[in-house]
Ligand binder design. Structure first.
Ligand SMILES: *Cc1c(COP(=O)(O)O)cnc(C)c1O
Length: 377
């Protein structure tokens, strides 16, 4: 045997994380009940006790999304894994797709769809705006896409994409409607079935107040049909819902080991959503966002997004002239343990991003942020 190299054998202290208030675009602070649930002892991934937990997670996800879709599962991985699963399972090489790009996550969808061989048609808009029905309609008529991909809640800009009439348009053109609900699920009104959404995905770390680690995904009947009729296998083995779906469906066949404890956490997070009730939860997010917007206005700060499409879960604040955006975020962190992010892409250096998501959407957090921000500015 060679002798063991001890170069990397560092000695570390007990983990002692700083008490941050995570008011950026995610992750948001997990609810204490979720953190407690995570530490429950494990059972096996085919244990009857776990199968019962899986059923509860699925049912509570259907409530949160307002859908009856049988294929509603937490994908193993963060929101991006669910995003990739949504794309991989609906897109086939050479398919025409239309993607709304009005922020960072629209760009990411373009990247993913391109990697899966789609013929991508971009629908572009300035960051912070939303697409009108006419623009979407024109793009669908022109490009005859198999899938239309839109970001319902653009976390990079704080804009909400209205979906009125979009599903009827998609149905007329035999096109699937796929939406990103990572920053809306559990914080912003969502009625997937009522709105005729065929595919949606989300993440645990935003308005669900669970640490990052699972990515809920739901496929409606038209998406399931499309998956069954594919000419080629889903090119990603791990995210192939025709396989994963058998574990989360009636068969309960092994595919990969489910992240057991993350599912405990998600179950608790979704239980909290059900206890509060969607109407009350959406109202709470709207009320605290309003408090923030009014407070910013009183300080002379402007929001970047038009109020009609402004997300309650994510606010972009315009950085005043002459202010160093990054320095302000650094000071908030150093002096008050508050995380407030800067802008990305087109909005880099121009905005701050404030998330009031799930457990963090509380009046005391808004007041604390406003006074700390006033102090630092
Ligand atoms: C955060 C986010 C994602 C990606 O989720 P991760 O958990 O970071 O993988 C995707 N879409 C939107 C709109 C997001 O806000």
């Amino acid at each position: 045997m060679p002798s063991v190299n001890n170069t990397h054998r560092i000695s570390t202290t007990d983990l002692d994380t700083p008490p941050r208030l995570l008011l950026g675009p995610g992750p948001s602070n997990a609810h204490p009940r979720v953190l407690r649930a995570l530490s429950n002892r494990q059972v096996g991934h085919l244990d009857p006790a776990f199968l019962a937990i899986m059923g509860e997670v699925q049912e509570l996800l259907r409530y949160a999304w307002q859908t009856d879709n049988p294929v509603t599962v937490p994908v193993s991985g963060t929101g991006s894994a669910a995003m990739e699963a949504a794309v991989a399972n609906t897109v086939e090489r050479g398919d025409s797709v239309v993607i709304g790009v009005n922020g960072y996550f629209g760009e990411r969808l373009v990247d993913m769809a391109t990697r899966y061989g789609a013929e991508v048609h971009r629908l572009d808009r300035a960051w912070g705006e939303a697409f009108s029905f006419d623009e979407i309609s024109e793009a669908v008529e022109r490009h005859k896409p198999r899938v239309l991909l839109l970001v319902h809640a653009e976390t990079s800009t704080g804009a909400r994409q209205p979906l009125e009439g979009v599903s009827e348009l998609c149905r007329e053109h035999d096109c699937l409607l796929l939406i990103d609900t990572v920053t809306s699920l559990g914080g912003v009104p969502l009625f997937l079935d009522e709105w005729g959404v065929d595919v949606a995905y989300s993440g645990t770390q935003k308005c669900l107040s669970c640490p990052p680690g699972l990515g809920p995904l739901t496929l409606g009947p038209r998406a399931v049909e499309r998956l069954a009729a594919r000419k080629t296998k889903v090119p990603n083995w791990y995210l192939d819902m025709s396989l994963v779906g058998q574990y989360w469906g009636k068969e309960r066949t092994y595919h990969h080991t489910a992240p057991i404890n993350m599912n405990y956490g998600l179950r608790e997070a979704l239980r909290l959503v059900a206890e509060e009730g969607l109407e009350a939860r959406w109202e709470r997010h709207a009320r605290n966002a309003r408090l923030l917007w009014d407070g910013l206005g009183e300080m002379g700060l402007a929001c970047h997004v038009d109020e009609a499409i402004r997300l309650p879960s994510l606010t972009t604040i315009r950085v005043p002239d002459g202010v160093d955006a990054a320095a302000v975020s650094r000071e908030l962190m150093a002096r008050y343990n508050i995380e407030m992010a800067g802008g990305l892409g087109e909005l880099k250096g121009k905005v701050w991003r404030v998330g009031l998501m799930g457990f963090n959407s509380r009046e005391e957090n808004v007041r604390l942020l406003l006074s700390a921000l006033a102090e630092v500015l």
